[in-house]
Design a protein around this ligand. Structure first.
Ligand code: ADP
Ligand code: MG
Length: 378
């Protein structure tokens, strides 16, 4: 792995600017779930233990450059104080002289949290010059940059790609873990490689299918992605499908007939009048493929799992992935709703080889795309 790691950084006595990946649910000024703060805890502690001071920046929801009070980072102060066991200062105006002064006066072991990055128009600006201007201001606060926001690393935002143009940048421990875990798919994976791809957001899944057509052996589809491919194959569909991808789906199915490309398996039966889950015969066929796989990459629930009656397909596939893992296969899983499924039905994350916390960034990474925020560290 060629991106610079935290262990390679000289941190002693430095001011370290950490791009964290919090974006936690906040209601009535209270943080409702601290999982994503805890995901960055090892990195924060590593930096402080190395004798550096820590400046933390993150985004919260989508305020579109307006100071929406509900989207302030301030409720994270007590959460961080509790986790880090030290007091945390807060900077309301990221680009002010006052914030710069507070940053410059930080002593080793001290922590400063910046307000929501997305209150600044430069963060997500389409103009590189505007992103770079904000990036330069942010970088001026510190000596070293650390990216521990893997979930956001497919984005060309100021805090992700502009800051490391100005000061040396390193992967945080969580990013390093994601890169190492997901690299198992790319670096000489054990064959046959099976992609299980499903869920609702067809536009984000099609590029993954196109990549695995070239690099994988079998592709099992479910959910709205499968419904769409069924329409592409000429079937009538009463369930939800994505009209924008019917044509692309035809090309994908055509490609999969070629011997050098992966074989695409589409459902032979569906559950319910609205095709809300895959059927029993499909489940049996998919389990058979999974049980013969060397590497399994899975993203997206196979059906409307939020309703128990349509969770059957996803459960059966999940059980098969766990069993294949027990029998020595490599299993890599990710996706917001896929994790929600594992959570809801009490699956143990330790039963898979690697579970990614990311959605879009994971899909891009496993498709072999370069993530701009990782490339920016080089
Ligand atoms: P992930 O977040 O894991 O990448 P997606 O966001 O693409 O997954 O899709 C998850 C959503 O897809 C879930 O809310 C699930 O209910 C829905 N879904 C899956 N299959 C179907 C289906 N056949 N019909 C309608 N909704 C479905
Ligand atoms: Mg989702």
């Amino acid at each position: 792995m060629h991106y610079p790691t935290l262990a390679q950084a000289d941190l002693q006595g430095k001011r370290v600017l950490l791009r964290a990946g919090f974006d936690v649910p906040i209601e009535d000024g209270k943080v409702k779930d601290t999982t994503r703060v805890e995901a960055n805890l090892d990195t924060m502690k590593f930096i402080l233990d190395a004798g550096a001071s820590l400046i933390i920046m993150a985004h919260q929801a989508r305020p579109k450059a307006a100071r929406v009070p509900d989207m302030s980072q301030k409720p994270l102060v007590p959460v961080l104080e509790n986790l880090l066991g030290t007091s945390v200062q807060f900077a309301e105006y990221i680009t002010s002289e006052e914030t710069k002064e507070v940053a410059y006066n930080l002593q080793p072991g001290e922590v400063l949290l910046l307000e929501n990055l997305r209150y600044e128009a430069g963060e997500k600006s389409k103009e590189e010059s505007e992103r770079d201007a904000l990036g330069k201001t942010l970088a001026s606060l510190a000596d070293v940059y650390v990216n521990d926001a893997f979930t956001n690393s497919h984005r060309d935002h100021a805090s992700m790609t502009s800051v490391p143009k100005c000061i040396p940048g390193f992967m945080g421990l969580n990013v390093q873990q994601e890169v190492e875990g997901l690299s198992k798919v790319l670096d000489n994976p054990t064959r046959p490689v099976t992609l299980v791809i499903s869920g609702a957001k067809t536009e984000t899944k099609v590029p993954v299918i196109e990549s695995f057509l070239q690099h994988g052996q079998d592709i099992l589809v479910g959910g709205i992605v499968a419904n769409t491919l069924l329409v592409s194959s000429g079937r009538e569909m009463t369930g939800t499908y994505d009209d924008n991808f019917v044509k692309v789906g035809k090309a994908i199915l055509e490609k999969s007939t070629s011997a050098e490309n992966a074989a695409i398996h589409i459902p032979v039966d569906l559950r319910g009048d609205n095709a809300l889950d895959i059927g029993d015969e499909t489940i049996a066929q998919y389990i058979d493929v999974i049980s013969r796989s060397g590497t399994i990459v899975w993203n997206g629930p196979m059906g409307l799992f939020e309703q128990d009656e349509f969770a059957m397909g996803t459960k059966a596939i999940c059980d098969a992935v766990v069993e294949a893992t027990n029998n020595g296969a490599i299993s890599i899983i990710g996706g917001g709703d896929t994790l929600e499924f594992l959570n809801r039905y009490g699956y143990n994350l330790g039963d898979f080889t690697y579970v990614s916390m990311a959605g879009g960034a994971m899909l891009d990474f496993i498709s072999g795309k370069k993530l701009p925020a990782l490339e920016a560290l080089l």
